[in-house]
Design a protein around this ligand. Structure first.
Ligand SMILES: *[C@@H]1O[C@H](CO)[C@@H](O)[C@H](O)[C@H]1NC(C)=O
Ligand SMILES: *[C@@H]1O[C@H](CO)[C@@H](O)[C@H](O)[C@H]1NC(C)=O
Length: 333
């Protein structure tokens, strides 16, 4: 027949319409450019707003999020939910280019009744405070999925481990990326297997010896043989976070240099800072294959001696990439 499909046969039309119109009050959030931002979409929060009076607590709820007036989210923002019984997350790391207001519309769906609840989340992305973080390190955590490190408590745990291990409290989390977004595979459903997650941290202070050791010639060689590198500090991440010490990316950027330092010979400039901090330290410990200099415009291939493939997100030299003044080290993503 040509009748339109009946969407909710078990519900009166009025309830269904009311469901479409149900909305929660606007939320305001203020992500900071250059820092990880996480907004939790909690089931309980939306559950009470569905028009049906009694919603059992085991109702499956999923979410959809979009930039108001667009079909999708802004480029910097990602959405994930492990399943209809879990918290959903909007997360990402805005850049200076994203500073300003973005209206995100979140829709929660009751998968049993097809009722919906809408909420507008008003994003006011603010510039990073004046602190620069030219030293950036990215860790690959093998035993976690992205949803497990997004909650604030998990981030704190990771940060504490970092503080202890590197003996400085200066690091902050810049970005979190699921290994699936970098071409990782969904693991077989064997107990304890995870997709893995990349956590990028930044600091104003130079890398500790401990981090640099992972890039020593000997350790690179060990990694090429699938052995774990030898580092002299205690791995305080373990056992909560199993960091792959062969899979560390170290980046030095020198954006925001005073008095037009970008005009200087970048190598001299970068060199001066790096060596000033650690006199007499042998430069080879910074393996060139793993140190990209944003300011230096001489991004080196990320492929290392152990046959790691270059990251596709990093297409060659960034020489001609325009830079916003004071934009922070954001150009060599
Ligand atoms: C954060 O990670 C995502 C996913 O890898 C990437 O697309 C984005 O450019 C990163 N942002 C920053 C500021 O590093
Ligand atoms: C890090 O580990 C992931 C997952 O095993 C792999 O795909 C990636 O190539 C590794 N990257 C480096 C730099 O070793």
């Amino acid at each position: 027949s040509t009748r339109p499909p009946v969407v909710t046969p078990s519900l009166p039309a009025a309830v269904f319409l009311a469901g479409i119109l149900a909305a929660l009050p606007d939320r305001n959030v203020s992500p900071v450019a250059g820092a990880i931002f996480v907004h939790e979409l909690k089931r309980e929060h939306f559950q009470g707003a569905f028009p049906s009076i009694q919603i059992p607590s085991d109702t499956p709820i999923t979410f959809h999020a979009q930039l108001l007036g667009y079909p999708d989210l802004p480029r910097w923002l990602r959405y994930t939910q492990r399943g209809p019984y879990r918290t959903g997350y909007l997360y990402g790391s805005p850049t200076m280019k994203d500073v300003g207001r973005q209206l995100i519309e979140v829709t929660a769906y009751n998968r049993h009744t097809y009722e919906t609840v809408r909420q507008r989340v008003i994003f006011t992305i603010v510039p990073a405070p004046d602190t620069q973080m030219p030293y950036q390190a990215e860790f690959f955590v093998k035993n976690r999925d992205v949803e497990e490190v997004l909650p604030t408590d998990a981030q704190k745990q990771f940060q504490q481990a970092l503080d202890i291990m590197l003996e400085q409290k200066d690091w902050s989390i810049i970005n979190i990326t699921s290994a699936l977004d970098r071409g990782g595979r969904v693991p077989l459903p064997i107990e304890g297997r995870k997709e893995g997650v990349y956590i990028k941290v930044g600091s104003r202070r130079p890398f500790s010896d401990c981090l640099l050791e992972t890039k020593s010639f000997d350790n690179q060689f060990r990694c090429s043989l699938d052995q774990q590198p030898v580092i002299t500090c205690y791995d305080s991440f373990s056992p909560q976070f199993r960091v792959d010490w062969c899979n560390i990316t170290l980046v030095r950027g020198f954006d925001n240099c005073p008095d037009g330092a970008s005009q200087h010979n970048p190598q001299q400039h970068g060199g001066a800072e790096a060596h000033g901090q650690q006199p007499g330290r042998a430069p080879p410990s910074l393996h060139p294959a793993h140190v990209q200099r944003a300011h230096g415009r001489e991004d080196l291939p990320t492929a290392g001696p152990s046959g790691q493939s270059p990251r596709p997100a990093h297409p060659g030299p960034a020489v001609s990439v325009p830079r916003l003044p004071g934009s922070g080290p954001t150009e060599w993503v």
